[in-house]
Write a protein that binds this ligand. Sequence first.
Ligand code: O7M
Length: 262
Amino acid sequence: MRVLDLRESRIDESETISWIKNIKRLKDVIETSRIEKRPGIMVAFDMEDVPSAIRLAEELSAADGNFAIKIGRPLEMQTGKEVISKVRDATDIPIVYDGKIADIPYISAKIAEIAYDAGADAVIMHAFVGADVVREVVNLGMGDVITVIEMTHPGSVEYLGHFSEKLIRKTSEIGVDGVVLPATRPERVSALSGLLNSGSIDSDSETYIISPGIHAQGAEPGDAIANGSDYEVVGRAIYQSEYPKESAEQIYRQAISRWGGV
Ligand code: O7M
């Protein structure tokens, strides 16, 4: 095999460097997360009424604040993947499909692919199923991947709590875009967020944290964001309220003021 020697070729060195820079720039654009790492509210769409989901998606487009939408199984089960496409048509804000995927690599990647094709910007999967599964979904390169590290309910301490440090190190090394940590245990958000990207070769990578548990599960707006989280996930306190858009805006303002920023 003959190795290309730039001194012999007609391609000069500066041209080659400029190609490499352009390829790197293109790679950065392709690899950029669909969801911005900055404080916001991820509204959990767990309602079972599709028209009200579409209405709220439209309203959130005009809402004051940084919002994302998380489509959970109770809503998805009403119509299947079409509901992701319907919400996609209703809004430009990021959509996360929360299938909490936890299957063998082939099936997990298949589920994620269907969700991305339907219009999701991100999918949520469990980290505990193993690095091979996480890698398979990340390697699709079709959108963001968010892994569940610790959960909000008491049973999470019993099992996940014992190996969550390993899960967060390993999945951030694989290159996931986001992780789930519980707003109901802010001290865990603070402790585990410090481990993000610690083993990564790309020290610039900015993995965002999403934290459920606000109001219905006992945490207060800002509990997680003030401890290093980016998005607080809020479901019932928004979609069951009489004025969901206004509730979302109010919770956003409360979380941001606790955090102390804009
Ligand atoms: O605000 P709620 O309690 O009505 O809804 C919380 C949402 O967050 C709901 O969609 C749950 O599935 C989700 N959630 C938890 O409540 N706890 C967790 O530990 C993890 C999640 C979650 O979103 O995981 C991705």
